[in-house]
Structure formats: C-alpha cells, structure tokens
Write a protein that binds this ligand. Structure first.
Ligand code: FES
Length: 139
C-alpha cells in the first residue's frame, strides 16, 4: 500500500487556500519543535462565520495537505463548528496519514484554534479558556 493516500498527494500537490489575508480578523501560528515545521492560518469572520481562510505552511507534505484539507473543512462554517474540528477528522478526510505523520494534522487543528482565539482576543469576545489549551508537542 502506498504510504500516502491519493487525497494526501492531491492536497499536497494542489493545496487549496494557500496564501495570506491582509485584512484577516484572526491569525494563528503554531509550530512543532521536533520537526521545526510552522503553520500560519488567517481567517476572515463575519457574523460568527468563517467567510475566508488562507494558510502558509513551512513544512512537510503532510502538513501542507493537512492545512489544505482543514481550511476547506472550516470555510463557510460557524466558529463553533471550526473549534470542534479535530486532527483526527482532518486525517480521516485525507483518507489517513501514516502514524508518524499524525502530528502534522495536529498542527492544523492547533493553528485554527489559535486563529479563532486571536479573533476573540482582538474583538474582546469572552470565551472559556478551556477551549484553548496550550499547543502541545506531539510525535
Ligand atoms: Fe512535522 Fe509534518 S513532519 S509537521
């Protein structure tokens, strides 16, 4: 069996939503200290809906594919739904990732959370801090 699914290869080779939003309402940046990869996600929010999202990922193919898939999964969705997006759901949507590459999808989940937290902070919106645990370093 191939190490990477067709979906991973597709999102790696033709990543969706790459770039930057100059007028972003929230920006999230996370990194993984072990591999050194960095992911940055920009969101535009209107009436609690993510109307646009872009990403810049300096990392491996799985991190790029995860960012691409994750941004597709939250675009047009309410913030509450985006907050529920797990790395497991991202990996599943990509038809799986090798075990040693699961941490790449964790970066996508954390970057989205971080962007939403930034949006809440910038707009003085109250939230439950438990929603935003400190990013963790996973294998
Ligand atoms: Fe670290 Fe993929 S190897 S994000």
């Amino acid at each position: 069996m191939a190490l990477y699914s067709d979906k991973v290869m597709d999102h790696f080779k033709n990543p969706r939503n790459v770039g930057k939003l100059d007028d972003a309402d929230g920006i999230g940046e996370v990194g993984n200290a072990r591999c050194g990869d960095i992911m940055k996600i920009y969101i535009k929010v209107e009436n609690d809906i993510i109307t646009d999202v872009k990403f810049n990922t300096f990392g491996c193919g799985s991190a790029i594919a995860s960012s691409s898939m994750a941004t597709e999964m939250i675009k047009g969705k309410p913030l509450s739904q985006a907050l529920e997006l797990t790395n497991k759901a991202v990996a599943e949507a990509l038809d799986g990732l090798p075990a040693h590459k699961l941490h790449c999808s964790v970066l996508a989940e954390e970057a989205i959370r971080s962007a939403i937290k930034d949006y809440y902070d910038k707009n003085g919106i109250e939230y439950d801090p438990a929603l935003f645990p400190e990013p963790h370093d996973e294998e």
